[in-house]
Design a protein around this ligand. Structure first.
Ligand SMILES: *Cc1c(COP(=O)(O)O)cnc(C)c1O
Length: 230
C-alpha cells in the first residue's frame, strides 16, 4: 500500500469510529468534526489526507505550520491552531488561522483580536481549560473560566466558540468520561450565564469514543491518521 493509500485507509477507519461512537449514544455523526492534527508530519501526508477528503487541519507550532499553509492552497483547507500560545506568535496565528483552540489568558486573546486582519472574518477561538489539575501547565483553571470567557466573548475580532481540554491520558473509559464531562458541564454553565457557545474540542486518538459520548463537537486526531510521531 502506498503512503497515500495508507493515510486514506486510516482516515476511513477514524471516520468509522466517529460514526459508531456517535450512533452508540444517539448523536448525529455530522455533529462531530474530525480535525486532522498534522504536527510533526510532513506536508505530503497532509496532502494525502486532503485528497482523501479531509478539509481541516490542526497545527501546534506556528513556524512548522507556515510552510504547510503556504504549500496547501489548492484548495486551502481550514487551519486550526491547537498548540501553546506565545505573545510573539499571535500575529502570525491571527493572520493565517481560522481557529485557535488554546486561548488561556485574556492578554493573548486581546492580541489575537487586535491583530486579526480586517479583511478576514473574526477568528474563532476556544478557551483551553485545565480540567485535570496538576498534570498540565496549559489551560485556565476552572474557577477562573467564567471571568475569562465573558472577557474574551466581548472582544471585537475574535468569536468565542467554546472550550478545549487535553485531559491527562488514562486507559479507563469512566475516568476519561469524567474529565470530558467536566468540560461539557463548564460549557453548559457558561451558556446558562448568557453565552452561546457551540463547540467542545475534546478527544484524541486514544479517547475519542469517551469524548463523543460526553458531547465533543471537534475531535483532534493525529497519530491514528498519520502514524506514530518520532
Ligand atoms: C498532538 C495533539 C493532538 C493529537 O494527538 P494524537 O494522540 O496524535 O491523536 C490533539 N490535540 C492536541 C492539542 C495535540 O497537541
Amino acid at each position: 500500500m502506498s503512503r497515500q493509500q495508507h493515510i486514506a485507509a486510516q482516515l476511513r477507519a477514524i471516520r468509522a469510529r466517529i460514526v459508531a461512537a456517535a450512533q452508540a449514544c444517539g448523536r448525529n455523526p455530522a455533529g462531530v468534526r474530525l480535525l486532522a492534527v498534522g504536527k510533526t508530519f510532513p506536508v505530503e501526508g497532509l496532502r494525502a489526507a486532503q485528497s482523501a477528503g479531509q478539509d481541516c487541519f490542526g497545527e501546534s507550532y506556528l513556524n512548522e505550520a507556515l510552510p504547510k499553509i503556504a504549500a496547501l492552497t489548492d484548495p486551502a483547507p481550514e487551519w486550526h491552531f491547537i498548540g501553546p500560545l506565545q505573545s510573539n506568535k499571535t500575529r502570525g496565528i491571527a493572520e493565517h488561522f481560522s481557529w485557535v483552540h488554546s486561548v488561556d489568558r485574556l492578554k493573548l486573546a486581546q492580541r489575537l483580536s487586535d491583530q486579526r486582519p480586517t479583511g478576514l472574518p473574526p477568528l474563532n477561538v476556544c478557551i483551553q481549560v485545565n480540567i485535570s489539575g496538576e498534570t498540565s501547565k496549559s489551560g485556565v483553571s476552572p474557577n477562573k473560566l467564567d471571568v475569562l470567557a465573558h472577557a474574551v466573548a466581548a472582544l471585537p475580532r475574535v468569536r468565542l466558540r467554546g472550550l478545549m481540554a487535553i485531559p491527562a491520558p488514562n486507559n479507563d473509559v469512566d475516568t476519561q468520561r469524567a474529565a470530558f464531562r467536566r468540560l461539557r458541564e463548564a460549557l453548559e454553565d457558561l451558556n446558562a450565564h448568557g453565552l452561546t457557545l457551540d463547540t467542545l474540542s475534546m478527544g484524541m486518538s486514544d479517547d475519542l469514543e469517551a469524548a463523543i459520548a460526553e458531547g465533543a463537537t471537534i475531535v483532534r486526531i493525529g497519530s491514528a491518521i498519520f502514524g506514530a510521531r518520532g
